[in-house]
Design a protein around this ligand. Structure first.
Ligand SMILES: [Zn+2]
Length: 267
């Protein structure tokens, strides 16, 4: 854990990222992790369990959000809750460095892939920290309010009402949309509902790496920039448009998360 917490501390202290609200909330994050767990290969699952001791991945799904008030973690993980694309929905390293100083989910995933490829040199607690981060990061960079573009401000800052309740658009994407649509559902129920893609469809969606995955999310999310203005009243009409997109991103996040873990731990 120590190594995880002190990553580039000196560099990070010089950066300033405003706190980024919690993508997907508890229900969304747990559901994504639950689906991913169902798609681990037996080999990857066994290797991961060496570090988790059988704790389900969903138990780690909001770890990165739960420690944001602890300065050392907040500093280590700063910026990892969102990612950045240019106007063409591309997210090469130059774009990530220019607009977020390399503090973004895609770069963080690259970092953990490299670290965990040499996990024999790491302590078990550092490997577990990497697993916890990956489970969270892949989910986050698929959440529409956490997909950012260099050419416009789309962090969901708009004040809106959601079925009459004052809130911000960001919070609607993060939690209100899915929790209202599936009130009372457990993550397992939600996972059963979402985890319906064929093997071929999953294979097509999981091609490439985190940069390609995020760029695909950026293309999917881009049209939403024009959907909502300051002061808009969001109701069923918004849900009808937004829920399918949110759930598309949740499925993609889940299958891609499983793919990343299978690649890292299934070799
Ligand atoms: Zn987050």
């Amino acid at each position: 854990m120590k190594r995880c917490a002190i990553i580039s501390l000196a560099i990070l202290l010089a950066l300033g990222f405003a706190g980024e609200a919690f993508a997907w909330g508890r229900l969304g994050h747990y559901t994504i992790a639950e689906i991913a767990e169902r798609h681990l290969t037996p080999r990857a699952k066994a290797k991961i369990e060496r570090y988790t001791h059988g704790t389900p991945l969903s138990a780690y799904a909001i770890f990165m959000d739960s420690v944001v008030k602890k300065p050392i973690y907040d500093t280590a993980f700063r910026g990892w809750h969102a990612s950045i694309a240019d106007a063409d929905c591309k997210s090469p390293v130059e774009v990530r460095n220019r607009y977020r100083k390399g503090r973004d989910g895609v770069t963080a995933m690259n970092y953990w892939r490299k670290e965990l490829a040499n996990r024999q040199t790491l302590s078990d607690s550092t490997v577990l920290c990497g697993i916890k981060c990956i489970v969270h990061i892949v989910a986050d960079f698929h959440c529409p309010a956490h997909v950012r573009y260099a050419d416009c401000k789309n962090d969901g800052h708009q004040k809106v009402t959601f079925f009459g309740k004052k809130t911000k658009l960001h919070k609607v994407w993060d939690t209100a949309l899915i929790t209202r649509a599936h009130k009372g559902w457990t993550p397992k129920q939600y996972a059963d509902y979402l985890d319906t893609w064929s093997k071929g469809k999953i294979k097509r969606c999981t091609r490439g790496d985190e940069q390609a995955w995020f760029e695909s999310a950026a293309r999917d999310v881009r049209p939403t920039i024009a959907w909502v203005g300051e002061g808009d009243a969001l109701d069923d009409e918004f849900v009808k448009k937004a829920l399918p997109l949110a759930e598309l991103q949740m499925r993609k996040a889940a299958y891609r998360l499983a793919t990343a873990l299978n690649e890292i731990f299934g070799e």
